[in-house]
Write a protein that binds this ligand. Structure first.
Ligand code: FAD
Length: 462
């Protein structure tokens, strides 16, 4: 009999093979594995896992349905709270959310809630099951800016309440970071993201791509001229940060966002596309979050020896545990407690190396993490031809600078209520990375949900 203290293991592509392709790394559970794993759930009366889920999915109820092999019922339960379950089952940091609170985790492994969610969502898609049809239209129009998880969730929830919703998206494809940032090998675009966007559209949501709010049309014009009764801003945080160190302008230095967008949205890895991309032989990625892991694993798959340079220790790596584990298995070299100080270029202006300094951890800083401190005299050089900066991003100020009366804070994030998404401007709501700065898919979805409720309350009184 299987050990109930352990998760049912999930099948994955062999690390050596997958390091050379862009196919999905994790295969997920099949029917038998999902049912077996579901039986580890204790069905707690006061489920802590639900408290750990920012969109409050009724986790014990959907797992109970999996136990009984009622997969359509399980999908219905999840769909009441989430419009992107196949996405969340793949990319949520479950270890710090639902699974982090699971009682089973006190002695043994927590229930594999993420993999069960993924199984149910994949089963529903493969069996043509759609979310429930929306209510009758109520005649009110809402504009949503951005088609990432925040915008899609807000739009889906409002459509279910009968609103006429249009999403305006700057790029040519809907999905936000799900299509331009997170690589194919973690989140397949046509097979997984596309159908979940279609599910939102099936609720009646219209999506207009190639529309940049603040350039093509201003937010104020949506309210004053285009007949929208309210606007939700879910424009994310797509502006990359750089370090400001000498040599950063050299050829071969780029932001992780640009590198990943060229590869994911513009398919540089696929020989049928002519998108140019830096294909380094030896690549250094600076940073320790999910973005850094994605950039490093992409560079590896494009044929490079790839190093991560991160200024804190392994314990502080902000990336999901699974991504760090996968990156190590694939052969990414981790240079921890290390910080770049200068990038060197050759006579042609191309990157030839990076000087780094060793760090040690001092007292905790404002974030509660121990502050990295330089060790004097410990500089050393890593020869490389490409440096990818994955140091975080901030919101693009285009919308805030072209909209009257929209308050932002000193980090350029839009100021909005956590409970309702209401901003300083009447009828305008915001949520996701545009408000918090770079965060997670599920937090953006939670904010989209809260704002849909806020907009509904506001428009119900008008
Ligand atoms: C490479 C990478 C990997 C990540 N990995 C994970 C992970 O594993 N797990 C996790 O939980 N989170 C991960 N994240 C973070 C997560 O993807 C984001 O927190 C989340 O997507 C934020 O959602 P959002 O809807 O607020 O914004 P976004 O997903 O950024 O979507 C915003 C959308 O608004 C559009 N937009 C911007 N300005 C305008 C405008 N003026 N007019 C019209 N449209 C506009 C953008 O084009 C974009 O499509 C990752 C992020 C990146 C970059």
């Amino acid at each position: 009999m299987a050990d109930v203290l352990k998760k049912v293991p999930v099948r994955e592509q062999d690390p050596k093979v997958r390091a050379t392709n862009f196919e999905e790394v994790c295969y997920g559970y099949n029917r038998e594995e999902a049912v077996e794993e579901s039986q580890r759930c204790l069905g707690c009366k006061k489920p802590k896992c639900v408290e750990g889920c920012p969109v409050s999915i009724n986790i014990p109820a959907f797992i109970e349905a999996v136990k009984e092999e009622k997969f359509e019922e399980a999908f219905k339960v999840i769909s009441e709270s989430s419009s992107l379950p196949a996405v969340c089952g793949r990319v949520c940091p479950q270890e710090s959310q639902c699974e982090g609170k699971c009682i089973r985790g006190i002695k043994g492994d927590p229930v594999s809630i993420g993999k069960l969610e993924r199984f149910v969502a994949d089963w529903a898609r493969e069996n043509g099951i759609k979310p429930e049809a929306p209510a009758e239209k109520n005649g009110k129009k809402v504009a949503v800016i951005g088609s990432g998880p925040a915008g899609l969730t807000c739009a889906g929830d409002l459509a279910k309440l009968g609103y006429d919703v249009t999403i305006f998206e700057a790029l040519h494809k809907a999905g936000g970071v799900l299509v331009y940032g997170i690589p194919e090998f973690r989140l397949p675009k046509d097979r997984v993201v596309g159908p979940e966007v279609e599910n939102v559209k099936s609720l009646g949501v219209k999506i207009e791509t190639d529309v940049i709010i603040g350039k093509t049309v201003k937010l104020d014009e949506l309210l004053e001229d285009e007949g929208f009764d309210a606007v939700f801003i879910g424009s994310g945080a797509g502006l990359p940060k750089f370090m400001g160190i000498p040599g950063e302008q050299a050829n071969g230095v780029c932001s992780a966002n640009e590198f990943l967008t060229r590869n994911n949205l513009m398919k540089a890895f696929d020989e049928n596309y002519d998108t140019p991309i830096v294909r380094g032989k030896k690549v250094v990625v600076v940073g320790g979050g999910n973005v850094a892991m994605d950039a490093a694993r992409t560079a590896l798959r494009l044929g490079a020896e790839t190093h991560i340079v991160y200024r804190r220790s392994e314990e502080e790596l902000p990336a999901r545990v699974e991504e760090v584990h996968h990156a190590k298995e694939e052969g990414i070299i981790f240079n921890l407690l290390t910080n770049p100080v200068e990038i060197h270029e050759d006579e042609n202006g191309w990157v030839s190396g990076i000087t780094c300094i060793r760090m040690e951890l001092g007292e905790p800083d404002a974030s509660g993490r121990r502050r990295p401190v330089e060790i004097p005299g410990s500089e050393f050089r890593i020869d490389c031809d490409t440096v990818i900066m994955a140091l975080g991003t901030s919101p693009n100020p285009l919308i805030s600078s072209t909209t009257k009366g929209l308050e932002i804070n000193r980090r350029k994030c839009i100021v909005a209520s956590e409970d309702t998404g209401a901003t300083s401007k009447e009828g305008v709501y915001a949520g996701g990375d545009a408000v918090t700065g770079a965060a997670t898919v599920i937090l953006a979805m939670g904010a989209g949900k809260a704002a849909a409720k806020g907009i509904h309350e506001y428009l119900s009184q008008k």
